[in-house]
Design a protein around this ligand. Structure first.
Ligand SMILES: [Zn+2]
Length: 279
């Protein structure tokens, strides 16, 4: 296998893979220069359902396995070989909650490919509460988009996110204009956002969207509205799976940022108004 562009196998790489790779997904790494006998790592992080927060989980693989492993290592210290590996981690705080993973590894001269073929408990699919609320009319599509994203089904995820953006872009513009009006934003921006509702070529809309956001909605100059119009302008047909996955993630991030930012500003305004009116 060609090793160009492959990351080197490290504890952090294994940790990320265990924590977040979907079941049956594969990832390839360059073998490290220092031979490593197995894929074992000491710690992962996970949301503990007993502690009700994110906690470190430590390797709790049975001792006898480790002794056997150590003996084998003494006899012949060698690089990883093709085979299977099981992992068990326990929450360091409650010592009750466990995470179990099964991996298959395929090793050749310079590379290792790992596949996750088992995981307990079943991984939760992350859903953004603010987005769920915002997409209440489009709940079904949002649910499908999130599931496709979590399984890394890029083409499908991108198609669903594109549909969601299409269906909800005007509601997003409503929120934006409301925000501008209450914060005394300038008329020019307001008019620019209004013009995005008109029939005009998508290339024109991208241009306008890229200029029409106030500074507080453009972290480090990145314009999430422009990105969303970009998403609307692109067809799924010609894009490779990986590219679709990237775009679906970008759409998801842009929506989450804009919707949550606008919603929390709206909430703060309402709270301030109600408290000041009582004085
Ligand atoms: Zn715990």
């Amino acid at each position: 296998m060609n090793t160009d562009g492959l990351p080197e196998l490290t504890d952090i790489g294994i940790k990320c893979f265990l924590e977040s790779a979907p079941l049956y997904s594969k990832k390839s790494f360059k073998l490290p220069p220092e031979p490593r006998e197995d894929l074992r790592i000491n710690e992962i992080d996970s949301f503990c359902e007993i502690c009700e927060q994110k906690r470190p989980f430590h390797d709790s693989t049975l001792r006898s396995d480790r002794v056997a492993g150590a003996k084998a290592a003494l006899m012949a210290f060698q690089q990883l070989r093709t085979g299977k590996a099981g992992f068990s981690f326990t929450c360091v705080s409650c010592k009750k909650s466990n995470r179990i993973y099964l991996l298959e590894q395929t090793v050749d001269d310079e590379t290792i490919t790992i596949q996750k073929y088992g995981q307990l408990p079943r991984a939760g699919i992350p859903r953004d509460k603010t987005l769920q609320k915002f997409f209440k009319e489009d709940r079904d599509n949002y649910e499908k988009a999130v599931i496709c994203l979590s399984y890394e089904y890029g083409v499908a995820a991108f198609a669903y996110f594109r549909r969601i953006v299409e269906n909800n872009i005007n509601r997003l513009l409503d929120l934006l204009q409301e925000d501008l009006q209450s914060s005394g934003g300038d008329q020019e921006t307001f008019t620019a956002i209004q013009s995005l509702r008109d029939e005009s070529p998508m290339s024109e809309k991208i241009k306008i969207a890229n200029l029409a956001l106030p500074g507080h909605l453009k972290p480090d100059g990145l314009n999430p509205l422009g990105k969303l119009y970009q998403v609307l302008s692109e067809g799924v047909h010609n894009l490779p799976e990986e590219e679709c996955l990237k775009k679906a993630k970008a759409a998801s991030e842009c929506l989450a940022f804009l919707v949550s930012e606008l919603a929390s500003r709206k909430e703060h305004r309402a709270r301030f108004k109600s408290s000041i009116s009582q004085l």
